[in-house]
Design a protein around this ligand. Structure first.
Ligand SMILES: C[S@@+](CC[C@H](N)C(=O)[O-])C[C@H]1O[C@@H](n2cnc3c(N)ncnc32)[C@H](O)[C@@H]1O
Length: 248
């Protein structure tokens, strides 16, 4: 077992590759919240985000299998991925990953559409004002909700969601802005609002949350704020340092 890169009360961060990580106990996780690499040629500090789509799908199968084994029987996953991809050939990322997850054994529950609002101004039209070959681009991402064996939680616990939050967040279209890469210092952060909502809607106070691709640490910040036990895994030491700085 590897020593944590950083530990603070209920928060643990491991500088490791999730595929080889032995630091998380099997069947110990209540909720996984994550945004994996997207194969969009994002300039990470060390991870190569430009693999072929076939290699990307194999990588997705490998890590989804790994975290399936770490999840409790009533464990859940909130998986933030793009709906599709246009760069380097059109692909139905959401449909393909949901299919792979179900093949592994994950059960599908629902999908939240995240309307990022401030997604960058688009420039690719394909054939401008012509039916020749136009592009249609949906400026949204999705959060796929999956569970391992049973959806209803086995044990009773304390929920800390307010009436207003419950009513607003059970509507499957979420409207809030994306996070600034520049402000955070990471090429693909999600705002703390995203894990915060997932945590309060899908886990009890004191539950154990895992983010296998924790990047700048947004999920761990939300765990700390909501009194959950947080475990983050990040392959890149530079981002581990950034996450640590954001958490303390
Ligand atoms: C989309 S980013 C996650 C960003 C994060 N949600 C945040 O708010 O900062 C994906 C992260 O996964 C990391 N990563 C890529 N491959 C990994 C692996 N095999 N194990 C652990 N982390 C990995 C990358 O370095 C990158 O920081």
């Amino acid at each position: 077992m590897k020593k944590p890169f950083f530990e603070d009360n209920d928060i643990r961060l491991f500088n490791d590759d999730i595929l080889n990580c032995k630091s998380v106990q099997k069947e110990s996780i209540d909720l996984i919240i994550t945004s994996p690499p997207y194969t969009l040629d994002i300039k990470y500090s060390s991870f190569d985000d430009k693999m072929s789509y076939e290699t990307y799908l194999q990588f997705s199968e490998d890590w989804l299998t790994k975290v399936y084994n770490l999840s409790k029987e009533d464990g859940r996953m909130c998986l933030n991925i793009p709906l599709d991809k246009n760069k380097g050939g059109q692909q139905s990322v959401y449909a393909d990953i949901a299919t792979i997850a179900k093949k592994i054994g994950w059960n599908y529950h629902s999908t939240i559409i995240w309307n990022e609002q401030n997604i960058s101004r688009r420039t690719a039209w394909g054939s401008w004002m012509s039916a020749s070959a136009p592009y249609v681009i949906a400026p949204v991402e999705v959060i796929v909700i999956l569970y391992k064996k049973v959806w209803k939680k086995k044990n009773k616990g304390e929920s800390d969601i307010t009436r207003e939050e419950f009513m607003e967040w059970t509507n499957g279209v979420w409207n809030f802005s994306g996070e600034s890469k520049k402000r955070i210092g990471h090429p693909a952060p999600f705002p703390v609002e995203l894990p915060k909502r997932c945590i309060k809607l899908f886990s009890y106070v004191g539950d154990t949350i895992l983010d296998p691709f924790v990047g700048s640490g947004s999920t761990l910040i939300a765990c700390k704020e909501a009194n959950r036990k947080g475990i983050g895994v990040e392959i890149d030491e530079k981002y581990c340092l950034l996450a640590k700085e954001r958490i303390i």
